[in-house]
Design a protein around this ligand. Sequence first.
Ligand code: SF4
Length: 344
Amino acid sequence: MKPLFLYLSAKWRICRLPDCYTAANAYFCVMNTYPWGDNRPYNAYARFFREKFGTRAQKVAIDAGFTCPNRDGSKGVGGCDFCNNQSFNPSYCEPNKSITQQIEEGIAFHQWRYKKAQHYLAYFQAQTNTYGETEVLLQKYHEALNHPAINGLVIGTRPDCLPDHLLSALQKLSENHFVHLEIGIESIYDETLLAVNRGHNFAAAVDALKRARKHRLTTGAHFIFGLPGETREMMLDSVHVISALPLTTVKFHQLQILKGTRFESMYAENPSRFELFGFEEYVEFIITFLERLNPAFVVERFAGEVPPRFQAAPGWSMIRNEQVVSTIEKRLIEKNTWQGRLFK
Ligand code: SF4
């Protein structure tokens, strides 16, 4: 008993948890973990995949040649004011290549960069990947799943393109494969969604997430911080609404003004309409947000990164995503805080 007592005493003196003397916190203390099971101060995507697959999993982006209802006229034209699909599409992603060819080129690309990955997920990323004839969609998903290196699907889409019959088909697929929906929500405020020409309201996002949950599908959501019309307080307040959504993963991006978007011309006309985050301010904002975020949510991204050639307004210079993550993580530890510390 003595060594355990000494160990507990030493740990309690440097404990990260506020109400340390409860049994549950003593357990985290002894195990040197946070509630999500490791010693990183936020619930990281890497751990989520390690738990699922036993090792690192890498998403391989695919451009399956779909379009978007906000571009083809059925919901709108010209797309959302911030969107330029080319800015995040890796160079091997071309819709005229087959899904299989893109997977092979994508794996070769990632094996060179991330040597540790042993599992790959086909990431239907560009445009709206649930928008089309169900048979065509399923045929593309199956082509990806038939590739021997692919362990599952991540399907990027928007809330108003998830009809129940497609969710049922995806539920069936998920009986034998990992299937994850990644839904662009961007903001909880209807006035913002209207102003950026999103073509759907927040209620549509809540409805899509609830129906996906009913079909036992895991979901992730994407949010942008810095959209015009939203104050820092509004963005921070949104954490309580976001935390209550039926989500598994979240991705956050700072607004970047990209070439070829409506925001590019709006910014050129009047830059003061935008209050873009500087790097240091964003790190502090994300930490404050993260402290209030539901600790059950797996955080996939804190910030977006696009090549400088796509940027139409001063960005964060050469700061790469790895550096953003390590700065946030380091700052959380320095401040002795973590995801969900102030979650209600
Ligand atoms: S962000 Fe998504 S929904 Fe909006 S235009 Fe781009 S692909 Fe379409």
